[in-house]
Design a protein around this ligand. Structure first.
Ligand SMILES: Cc1cc2nc3c(=O)[nH]c(=O)nc-3n(C[C@H](O)[C@H](O)[C@H](O)COP(=O)(O)O)c2cc1C
Length: 312
């Protein structure tokens, strides 16, 4: 989860809990990426990954991941081909998040080690064009032996068990862990996830400063509602464009001004009006009723998943 939302505390606690934590390094300067990897290594000896959003990358963030010895790199939204050879030369396992079967097949033909297939229920930026279940059977068949990971709207052990029974090797959850004690999300953001239902979320292109032409699922806010009521005006016609709405502390002594309609989510180090920022969330909000520690969330999901196997 980009913009630093999934920081060292969340990633280390995920990996310590038996999951696989992934640093949300998308959109961050390369020195901040390097620092986050170092900090995570101080918190856990378990393996973890880093995520790069290709349209927000000039390649230096990927170089930082390689330099700091990240073992798994997860790439999103772009052609993975230029990075695969270099990653493999360094022994890095490459996972590509894809939005349809063709993209998944292409990434595999380039040498991807695993594929995440994302459905439109997902929170954050959504490459998926259909709901998750529409993809599973065909992607599983087309990928043959390449490990398949499912993402989008997964909010219960029952859904995880169903996916495993469909020969999916793993699941990727985002929104559930934004509402965890360890996520670097503003408290108000976590509370909004807990109090929202899937109908409160919407796929939009409103928050596009920093990353254009990429739809994203967010919780509706007064800013979204007024933009929608005014006819979903295009860039150039929206109110207060270019206005600075706050500041984010990125770490490594870096502070960033945040403009209105920015892609950056309300992380805990943001000062300003949080309601102006994107509250990224998937339809998985339906299964989230509490802010809890990562360990508790994982224990609950694992127990629920197991109970659906015990039923057979
Ligand atoms: C707050 C938030 C930020 C996200 N940021 C990224 C990101 O930086 N890179 C990425 O590949 N996916 C990102 N995603 C999408 C996730 O990888 C995943 O597809 C999604 O969270 C799955 O749906 P769920 O949120 O319903 O669990 C983000 C999701 C959320 C909720």
């Amino acid at each position: 989860m980009g913009g630093g939302l999934a920081g060292p505390e969340l990633v280390a606690s995920m990996s310590q809990s038996g999951c696989f934590g992934v640093l949300g390094t998308g959109g961050l300067p390369p020195e901040v990426v390097g620092q986050l990897i170092k900090e995570t290594k101080q918190l856990t000896f378990k393996p973890f990954g880093a995520n790069i959003i290709l349209p927000m990358s000039d390649g230096r963030d990927i170089a930082s991941c390689f330099d700091e010895g990240v073992e798994v790199l997860i790439l999103f939204w772009g052609d993975p081909q230029p990075f695969i050879k270099d990653a493999h030369k360094r022994g890095v396992f490459l996972v590509i998040q894809c939005g349809n079967v063709e993209e998944a097949v292409y990434a595999t033909s380039c040498g991807a080690d695993a594929i995440i297939i994302q459905g439109t229920e997902a929170g954050g930026h959504v490459k998926g064009e259909l709901e998750l279940q529409s993809y599973i059977t065909e992607t599983r068949r087309e990928l043959r032996k390449t490990p398949l990971i499912a993402a989008g709207g997964i909010d219960s052990g029952e859904k995880i068990a169903t996916l495993i029974k469909q020969e999916v090797q793993a699941v990727s959850l985002g929104t559930r862990f934004v509402a965890s004690a360890e996520a670097r999300a503003a408290t108000r953001y976590k509370e909004k996830i807990v109090s929202s239902s899937a109908e409160d979320t919407v796929l939009t292109n409103l928050y596009d400063v920093g990353w254009k032409n990429a739809k994203h699922r967010v919780i509706k806010t007064p800013l979204y509602e007024s933009w929608h009521q005014n006819g979903c005006l295009e860039e150039g016609d929206r109110t207060d464009e270019g206005e600075t709405i706050g500041q984010i502390e990125l770490g490594s002594n870096r502070t960033m001004s945040v403009p209105k309609y920015s892609v950056f989510p309300p992380i805990s180090s943001f000062t300003g009006n949080e309601d102006e920022l994107p509250f990224y969330a998937g339809k998985s909000v339906d299964g989230i009723h509490k802010i809890e520690g990562t360990g508790t969330i994982v224990e609950t999901l694992v127990a629920e998943t197991k109970s659906h196997f015990d039923e057979i």
